[in-house]
Design a protein around this ligand. Structure first.
Ligand SMILES: [Zn+2]
Length: 561
């Protein structure tokens, strides 16, 4: 059993670095026996915390998204994608005794077992204990700002033990003994050798929850030995959905009563005003519903950076749009953009791979083109019953894609808007981005398959945006000063708990070789772990960051020079 006193001894030994002999003598224990029982205490605590994590996980239904890419080196030794697969679902850990089960939301050409990916979110949930596993202390290590103890973990041979045990390494925070990272593989549960590296975040006091999993797997036996199957699994939206909205309601009841705006003119509303209000209601309904499903990031965060770019386009084109244009982030990986009335939406994956601010402006100019051309959102969404559908129906039901004619108008409008904007002479990378996209569109079929909107870089769009493409230099995969598209996951940081977004503060690291350019590719995720801070602290941070007087989006400037 876990003995508090012994843990304290171990902590004192490690933290203060006090003489082992003195401490042990004061306890009247032989050094070896004391170390053993302190270790026992720690291991018991780890197992106990892990089952606590599982109980917490059962309280939530986060979204889980897996994007898989198969890559193969080309003649120059540069990894190139050859195919991809995609899956998004909602985790329900309360089913299947905490093993985690994915409720299918939307499925493309998935041949991998999605529940297999769900399984990597927990560490052998059904039987992670000291009877089934043995542990060997390796070292201490910092992961981000979190101090950890590292253990190797191996399954014991237990009579009647089931196959599929975990073999690998765990990182445990050294104050409460939560597992914060683990990597290795499950024996014989998959027909192949799927290795995974799984990370958790400190979502609240004493709560660590799954956030990212990176996977790597060689091709099946007898397959192509040069092919590797890479995968990124992301989990987010623990605190969205009914639970979060119930809390918001409770807050409304406590807050001051609704006051009437005195400046409002009394009397009748004109037909134009009613029409606008009706459209606004449809827009707000759709935005709120998608936010509630965990698909759209809440207001704030990176949205404001994107709105700065839109403002630059508006000001230089003498546009005064009412109601004002907003930008939101769709939290999924596939590259897409669309507009919901005056709300422009870009996917996280798209923002990740766009090389610079001007290329972002290009995509936003297209969506702004829809707004300026008067392309509408179907006002049927102003009726509330349209919103009372489950998440899966919502994905099928929201028709936000535009027809060919509207797409044509928006593309042409975008060229016009860009021409008058400060981005006019900075579109070289945007052109390179389109060329790279064009070169890869067959290999990245699911990455380019939108959930809601229109595909980026269709053949028709490429033809219409020929002026941008023609103005860009020739594509050179070897040139280190040419960054046409970034790897996935390098730009937008999503808080798995709240689904809020922020720009990653990684600074730009120039690639050393063409191998490191990795356009549109999956890379290992190594999040910088931080301890949970009270919400008030981060709110203050956000305010100070947003108060900058900059009119450009500094963090989105060209990374290639
Ligand atoms: Zn469009």
């Amino acid at each position: 059993m876990f003995i508090k006193q012994e843990i304290e001894v171990m902590q004192r030994l490690s933290k203060i670095g006090a003489s082992v002999a003195i401490l042990l003598a004061s306890l009247g224990l032989s050094s070896e026996a004391a170390e053993r029982s302190a270790l026992d205490g720690v291991l018991d605590r780890i197992v106990e915390q892990e089952s606590g994590m599982l109980a917490e996980l059962m309280q939530h239904k986060p979204l889980v998204e897996t994007y898989l890419q198969s890559v193969r080196p080309d003649v120059a030794g540069i990894q190139q994608p050859v195919s991809d697969r995609y899956f998004i679902g909602r985790l329900d850990a309360s089913e299947a005794k905490g093993k985690g089960e994915l409720v299918d939301l939307y499925q493309y050409s998935v041949t991998a077992n999605p529940d297999g990916f769900a399984r990597m979110l927990t560490l052998d949930a059904a039987s992670f204990d000291r009877k089934n596993y043995r542990f060997e202390f390796v070292r201490r290590e910092f992961l981000g700002e979190v101090r950890t103890l590292v253990f190797d973990v191996m399954p014991n041979k237990v009579k009647g033990g089931k196959p599929g045990r975990f073999t690998g390494r765990i990182w445990v925070d050294d104050s409460e003994y939560h597992i914060v990272r683990y990597n290795g593989l499950y024996g014989s549960i998959f027909s192949t050798n799927l290795h995974f590296d799984s990370w958790r975040i400190n979502a609240g006091p004493g709560v660590w929850l799954p956030a990212y999993v990176y996977t790597e797997e060689p091709d099946r036996p007898g397959g192509d030995p040069k092919i590797k199957h890479l995968g990124q699994t992301r989990i987010w939206g623990y605190d969205v959905g009914e639970r979060a909205f119930d809390q918001a309601f409770a807050k409304v009841l406590i807050d001051a009563p609704l006051t009437h705006d005195e400046s409002e003119q009394p009397g009748q509303v004109s037909p134009v005003e009613s029409f606008r209000a009706w459209e606004q209601e449809a827009e707000d309904n759709v935005v709120r519903r998608m936010e509630r499903a965990g698909m759209l990031a809440p207001a704030g965060g990176i949205n404001e950076v994107l709105e700065t770019v839109v403002a630059n386009l508006e000001v230089t084109n003498d546009l005064e749009i009412y109601p004002p244009v907003r930008v939101r982030v769709l939290l999924t990986t596939p590259l897409e953009s669309f507009s919901i009335g005056h709300t422009l939406v870009l996917s996280r994956g798209l923002i990740d791979v766009l090389p610079d601010e001007a290329s972002l402006a290009m995509v936003l100019a297209h969506e702004l083109g829809h707004v300026v051309s008067g392309h509408r959102l179907d006002t049927k969404y102003a009726f509330s019953d349209q919103m009372l559908v489950d998440d899966k129906s919502m994905l099928d039901h929201f028709m936000l894609a535009r027809d060919d004619e509207e797409e044509r108008q928006a593309d042409l409008k975008a060229l016009e808007l860009l021409q008058n904007s400060p981005y006019k002479d900075q579109l070289a990378n945007a052109g390179l981005f389109l060329k790279t996209l064009d070169a890869r569109d067959e290999k990245l079929a699911t990455l380019l398959q939108p959930h809601f909107g229109n595909r980026v870089g269709t053949r028709e769009q490429m033809a219409r945006w020929k002026p941008i493409i023609d103005a860009a230099p020739a594509l050179d995969a070897q040139a280190l000063n040419q960054i046409a598209a970034l790897p996935l996951g390098g730009r937008v940081k999503v808080d798995p708990w709240s689904a809020r977004t922020e720009l990653m503060k990684t600074g730009s690291i120039a690639p050393l070789s063409a191998r490191e350019k990795m356009p549109f590719q999956i890379t290992p995720l190594m999040p910088y772990l931080m301890r949970f801070k009270q919400a008030n602290d981060s709110a203050t941070d956000a305010v100070t960051e947003n108060n900058t007087e900059e009119t450009s989006a500094p963090d989105l400037h060209a990374e290639a020079r």
